[in-house]
Design a protein around this ligand. Structure first.
Ligand code: MRU
Length: 370
């Protein structure tokens, strides 16, 4: 049975409250944009694609409840609410990407004489509802392209590794944070690649980090991997270099919150140090993300706004204080991995690209898309 983190049916939206996982499986009703904003900001839902989908669906829920006197009023409401949703968390670009295309759609429908206010609303909501299926399909494509690329790369490099365990047709990967069904509409990005490798019976083992301070790895990825019976081992964030030094790791695969035109990638804090360790140990490093995570408006990673979260997320675990009182903290939620450390490539729903060719490829894909 697949894990359903976002449930939507006929204008009713529920999300699995990720603050309570894995001890409690409890759904939370999202009644409108205010609830959507709060769930994103407090990380009851998290993961770049899931943020955009839940944010957009929260708008759909609200639009279906309200009455609008004119298309102009509806259009203004849509634009205002979407801009508000973007402000819930600044680093992941997916909510902004969704908002831009939904605002463009609202403008188009407003200008379309064949649409009255009710049909404008229903056509607009239908596009949001489609995001769930689109995301799952995109993730399956990411899984397909990623699995093929990693299998091919691993065949090429087998035998070279000093730590080759002799079981050379199988692949051992390392991942960070949570990029699975809980972070997307389903299937996942980096975890989708792992799923696709596992389906092809290529996974020897998945190592994954705790991902302090929010513990997306220990709480959420562990939950998903156990749910899928994928052989997996949890490590502390600080064990990454030792792991690469002592065991054969075929590839690192992580997700992304924003990828700039030159391939620099913002992802969960700790990703950068894993990429540095991977480069040192000669382990290919892949980023897996849908095209909606690529932000060609930013030339490079230093332009990405990095969210800083409350000290409390570091000093407390499950309500118990673990840090000595009176200490100051620095709690950036993300870091930026420079493109030159992304040695395996960027796995997208349209193929796997080297960071150096990314912007050109995306422009070509966009130009060919009607
Ligand atoms: O703070 P989070 O949990 O929202 O951060 C999530 C990540 O960094 C993920 O790796 C990223 O959003 C990709 S999810 C498919």
């Amino acid at each position: 049975m697949t894990l359903e983190a976002i449930k939507y049916h006929n204008g009713k939206l529920q999300i699995l409250d990720q603050l309570l996982l894995p001890t409690k499986l409890q759904y939370l009703a999202i009644e409108g944009v205010e609830d959507g904003w709060k769930a994103i900001n407090t990380m009851q839902v998290r993961g770049a694609p899931a943020i955009a989908i839940v944010g957009s669906l929260s708008l759909a829920v609200e639009l279906l409840k309200d009455n609008f006197t004119s298309k102009k009023v509806l259009r203004q409401e849509i634009e205002g609410k979407l801009n508000y949703l973007i402000s819930a968390r600044p680093t992941a670009v997916n909510m902004k990407t969704a908002a831009q295309s939904l605002i463009a759609l609202a403008n188009k429908l407003d200008a379309d004489p064949s649409a009255d206010v009710d049909s404008m609303r229903s056509r607009f909501v239908a596009v949001i509802e489609q995001m769930l299926d689109d995301d799952i399909n995109d993730n399956k494509s990411i899984g397909h392209y990623g699995a093929i690329s990693i299998i091919n790369q691993s065949l090429l490099s087998d035998g070279d590794s000093p730590n080759n365990n002799g079981n050379s047709d199988k692949i051992t990967v390392l991942t960070h944070c949570n990029t699975g069904s809980l972070a997307t509409a389903g299937y996942g990005t980096a975890l989708g690649v792992i799923r696709a490798l596992n389906k092809r019976k290529k996974i020897e083992r998945v190592y994954f980090t705790e991902t302090r301070p929010y513990n997306q790895g220990a709480r959420l990825t562990a939950y998903e991997l156990a749910h899928e019976n994928i052989p997996a081992i949890l490590i502390c964030d600080s064990a990454v270099s030792a792991l690469m030094n002592t065991r054969r790791i075929s590839a690192v695969i992580v997700g992304a919150d924003r990828i700039t035109a030159n391939g620099d990638t913002a992802n969960k804090i700790g990703t950068y140090q894993i990429a540095v360790a991977a480069k040192y140990h000669g382990v290919p490093f892949y980023v897996a993300a849908p095209l909606t995570t690529i932000d060609l408006s930013l030339p490079s990673g230093e332009h990405i706004v990095i969210e800083e979260r409350p000290d409390k997320e570091m000093t407390y675990i499950a309500g118990s204080r673990i840090a000595a009182p009176g200490i100051s903290c620095w709690n950036p939620a993300f870091d930026v991995t420079p493109a030159n450390l992304i040695t395996g490539g960027i796995i997208t729903n349209k193929g796997v690209f080297a960071t150096s060719e990314l912007a050109e490829k995306i422009k070509q894909i966009n130009a060919a898309t009607p």
